[in-house]
Design a protein around this ligand. Structure first.
Ligand SMILES: Cc1cc2nc3c(=O)[nH]c(=O)nc-3n(C[C@H](O)[C@H](O)[C@H](O)COP(=O)(O)O)c2cc1C
Length: 204
């Protein structure tokens, strides 16, 4: 209930900020949502403590409130914030990828103390999009609460070669891991990477 009221309060705040900026004619200045989107960066250095469970509850509620095809919610989400469980998963992944250096398997998680594993339903063609939107909601809501994140594709290559690791994560039959998100309290403040707006055009 508390998590929901925090979400509701945040949404009201964002809406109020958006409305007030529309009244004054400026859309960007002081707009909390735009500032949050534009200031987010991938974080690859974290403080050791995991994200508080109460905060994660709010972040995950935001995640599953993402738009998704036909409201099928074609995702499954698993969260690990216990280093011992994470070590177990890494060991199983190493066993499934004997040709890969164990350090490379561990390193692909970027040292994030809270790890989110997201699986998609390959029988639904929009499922990867659903999972992407879920991920973005997770990362942006996290950032608005002072939680850094990094989207991680590389663990998936190792994970999908380890049936034991997927079983330990407890995904349902038919669900396939598609992306991980590392989260934690940032211990770095990286510069923004450049974006190429020429890829975007109005069609006249
Ligand atoms: C689908 C996807 C996969 C990614 N995989 C990795 C990864 O395996 N390791 C990593 O360090 N960063 C990964 N990233 C983060 C990107 O490198 C990062 O978002 C990009 O360089 C832009 O930087 P920014 O997030 O700070 O704006 C991934 C991002 C996405 C969206």
């Amino acid at each position: 209930m508390k998590a929901l009221s925090i979400i509701t309060a945040s949404i009201c705040l964002a809406a109020a900020v958006a409305c007030s900026s529309q009244e004054t004619g400026t859309q960007e200045e002081g707009n909390a949502v735009i500032e949050n989107i534009m200031s987010r960066r991938s974080i690859r250095k974290y403080k050791p403590e995991a994200v508080a469970r109460e905060t994660m509850q709010t972040i995950l509620e935001c995640g599953i409130n993402a738009p998704n095809g036909m409201n099928k919610q074609s995702w499954e989400v698993r969260v690990i914030d216990d280093p011992a469980v994470m070590e177990e998963i890494i060991s199983l992944m190493c066993a499934g990828n004997p040709e890969v250096e164990p350090g490379a398997v561990k390193g692909c998680f970027r040292g994030a103390p809270t790890m989110i594993f997201i699986a998609n339903d390959p029988s639904y063609d929009c499922s990867p999009i659903d999972c992407g939107l879920l991920s973005e909601n997770i990362m942006l809501s996290g950032w608005s609460l002072g939680v850094g994140s990094v989207c991680l594709g590389s663990p998936i290559r190792f994970l999908n070669k380890s049936k034991e690791a997927i079983t330990r994560l407890g995904f349902s039959e038919g669900y396939t891991p598609i992306i991980c998100i590392g989260m934690g309290y940032p211990d770095e403040a990286p510069e923004a990477k450049p974006r190429d707006f020429s890829k975007v055009r109005f069609v006249e």
